[in-house]
Design a protein. Structure first.
Length: 170
């Protein structure tokens, strides 16, 4: 059965929107699209789907918009920066090309400076709570469609039965 659920939640940490699409499928197949900051939650998210949905092809998208006035903390990984600088120096010695290490490029190296929100734990909890509500909505939508399909099939069976009776009477 096909179903769609959309859950929007406004929190102090920002606006969260889950969109979940489900189509009939023999097995449970989950496709997630998450921002990088929510990747650590992926296994919990998959478990929540597995615990609540028996089968279906699920396409789930999480959109996040941080509040405009949110404070951001910049974390500097000095060990990683030193390692990058040391590697640059070693490379310069190996190639006999002495070049000054560009500190701006060192700072742009992935992981040297990481921006984090003030309360990632609370944001993660909001993501999971919002997902629970979205899955509940998806289940209701699936049941509604299942009931509609059942009624349609029963109606068709009645029509087929009536045609069979008319055919026998001829």
């Amino acid at each position: 059965m096909t179903a769609f659920a959309r859950q929007e939640e406004q929190t102090e940490q920002g606006d969260l929107t889950w969109e979940i699409r489900s189509v009939n499928h023999r097995y449970l197949e989950i496709a997630l699209r998450l921002e990088e900051k929510f990747r650590p939650l992926e296994m919990q998210i998959r478990k929540l789907f597995t615990d609540n949905l028996g089968r279906g092809k699920i396409d789930a998208v999480l959109r996040y918009k941080a509040p405009e006035d949110q404070q951001t903390i910049l974390n500097f990984d000095s060990e990683l920066a030193q390692s990058v600088i040391k590697s640059c120096d070693q490379l310069a010695q190996m190639t006999d090309r002495a070049a000054p290490t560009d500190m701006l490029r060192v700072m742009q190296w992935p992981g040297v400076i990481v921006a984090e929100t003030l309360d990632q734990t609370a944001l993660n909890q909001s993501v999971m709570d919002s997902l629970k509500h979205a899955i509940e909505e998806l289940i209701v939508t699936r049941k509604t469609e299942g009931t509609a399909l059942q009624q349609m099939i029963e109606q068709r069976c009645v029509e087929i039965n009536n045609i069979a009776i008319e055919t026998r009477e001829r």
